[in-house]
Design a protein around this ligand. Structure first.
Ligand code: GLN
Length: 531
């Protein structure tokens, strides 16, 4: 039997519900359970693929190529599982599926309604995914805030599931805000109101997680317990943490794991210390490096969240804290020159010509001054463009995504142009890559075949590859029987590596991504040699 933990949010968005849910997942993983996450996004989009990073932050890519909300990234990093697109449920997907059934006549002429047809679809979806992934515990986070029109049908579905599941197979965790008033007093009224809102739709929380600047006082917890009809142990303090990876440990200190063990009748099958050990190491890091990340979405909080995390992971392996500074590629382009004292330069993924010349300036600076460099996807492609222009002397070489050029060193492959006159469909998700021996990539990955996630259309133009190789680019990883270049490196540099794929999506704090380990280690060595 699968046990379900639902996580809802109250008062306002942005409380860190995703981190809370992921942390609960980690705690239960550590005692030996198979925890599988599902994220419910109550918007009408089918998925996040078409959503603008300026509005939504990073688009996270799963192994099956589905483009999803960045919370799924937290789940994969915290829990250590890899999920598929089905684990991201949106209102769009639910309605689409119901409407398709309606057109096929599957409802046998009955009136199709939100209750029971939409709610049944939601329940079936959740149960199907939980069973298919052989979850012992299925953790379902409902996006948005209780009271939103959008999330109503999902909450109603949960209410029904509460009745249908055994008491020991169901827990509802409500994450809410406990603000401080001007006198610094912890206020419980917003929490009372949002629990009242939950109750009005027939849901009673089992656990209340209070997000507060400071640790919840016992008196605050007692008050919440009294007004919201839960026991004091079921009120958990989620005070501000400097480091998100500390949240599972904070919850452990609050004995949330023990409470859930009792509520869901679980057993402590084991006690893994992987996470605790990782946090200990992270907190003990003393040396520091500064990495410049050059991109155009720098004003959007969370636009480069997986990059930020992967750099942190690289630092855990290399033995240093990583300060990431964001450089606006459009400003850089206007300014016309990269001049910055940093230990490493990273150019992440991106689309379109805005700011691309700024990124090329940063790559040129890294190559000419031998600053450790990591280019990811667009960053990899622009490293090829920079090399073509400034080493091969191909004037105005470019990617055909960005400009008309005599030297389209990055281009769609002929077969892509055939398939889709509009510019090729995206190549998404896990693809196997072969790594060549005696290369940096080989040293980093330590094996010949790897799987990494992709999200791109354009490729290194095969016509130019012999010239690049003669001039010193080593294409150390390839896919598609050698048709597509996946990794490039320059061997006369401290560290200059580009990947057509996105290694950041598979990086975990306890299992950092190899390119990030190599990059941050090189940055650290460079920093120490200089000082
Ligand atoms: N715009 C480039 C392409 O489509 C790179 C994409 C990316 O960086 N994710 O190929």
């Amino acid at each position: 039997m699968v046990k379900y933990i639902f996580v809802t949010g109250g008062v306002m968005s942005g409380l860190g519900k995703g981190i809370t849910a992921a942390s609960i997942g980690r705690l239960l993983t550590d005692i030996g359970y198979k925890v599988i996450p599902i994220k419910v996004d109550p918007y009408l989009n089918i998925d996040a693929g078409t959503m603008n990073p300026f509005q939504h932050g990073e688009v996270y890519v799963l192994k099956d190529g589905t483009e999803v909300d960045l919370d799924l990234g937290h789940y994969e990093r915290f829990i250590g599982v890899e999920v598929t697109g089905e684990h991201n449920v949106t209102t769009g997907k639910i309605y689409m599926s119901v409407l398709e059934k309606e057109r096929k006549g599957e409802y046998l002429g009955s009136t199709v309604q939100i209750i029971p047809h939409i709610t049944d679809e939601i329940k079936n979806w959740i149960r199907r995914v939980a069973e298919k992934s052989q979850a012992e515990i299925c953790l379902v986070e409902i996006g948005g805030t209780v009271g939103d029109i959008e999330s109503m049908s999902f909450l109603e579905a949960i209410r029904q599931m509460h009745n249908e599941e055994k008491d020991e197979d169901f827990a509802l965790v409500h994450v809410t805000l406990v603000p401080l008033d001007s006198g610094g007093e912890q206020k419980t009224k917003p929490t009372q109101h949002s629990v009242k809102e939950l109750r009005s739709i027939g849901l009673q929380p089992d656990v209340i997680v209070g997000r507060c600047k400071e640790k919840l006082l016992v008196s605050t917890k007692k008050k919440i317990a009294l007004f919201c009809d839960v026991s004091v142990e079921a009120v958990v303090s989620a005070h501000d943490a400097r480091e998100i990876y500390e949240v599972p440990l904070m919850f452990k200190e609050e004995k949330l794991d023990e409470y859930l063990i009792r509520k869901l009748k679980l057993k402590k099958r084991k006690e893994s210390t992987t996470w605790t050990d990782m946090v200990k190491r992270l907190k003990s890091l003393e040396r520091e490096v500064t990495i410049a990340v050059v991109g155009k979405y720098i004003h959007v909080k969370d636009a480069y969240i997986s990059i930020r995390e992967a750099l942190k992971h690289g630092g855990i392996a290399a033995g240093c804290k990583v300060n990431m500074i964001l450089i606006d590629s459009e400003e850089l382009e206007k300014f016309g020159e990269f001049q910055l004292d940093v230990d490493g330069i990273l150019v992440p993924g991106g689309f379109g010509s805005r700011g691309s010349e700024g990124k090329i300036l940063a790559i040129k600076y890294a190559r000419e001054n031998d600053i450790p460099f990591l280019g990811i996807c667009f960053g990899f492609q622009l490293a090829v463009v920079e090399f073509a222009r400034n080493v091969l002397g191909l004037k105005n070489a470019n990617s055909s995504e960005l400009a008309d050029t005599d030297y389209p060193v990055i281009d769609l492959l002929p077969e892509q142009k055939e398939i889709d006159k509009l510019g090729g469909t995206m190549r998404l998700g896990d693809i196997e890559i072969t790594i060549k021996p005696n290369t940096i990539a080989w040293k980093l990955y330590g094996k010949e075949k790897i799987l990494e996630r992709h999200r791109h259309r354009y490729e290194v133009n095969p016509e130019f590859i012999p010239d690049f190789e003669k001039a010193g680019i080593v294409f150390s990883g390839y896919s598609d029987s050698g048709r597509r270049m996946e990794i490039l490196e320059l061997h006369d540099k401290r560290f200059f590596l580009g990947t057509q794929f996105h290694p950041e999506f598979k990086s975990k704090p306890y299992a950092p991504s190899p390119p990030f380990i190599g990059f941050v280690s090189a940055a650290l060595e460079y920093a120490e040699n200089r000082s």
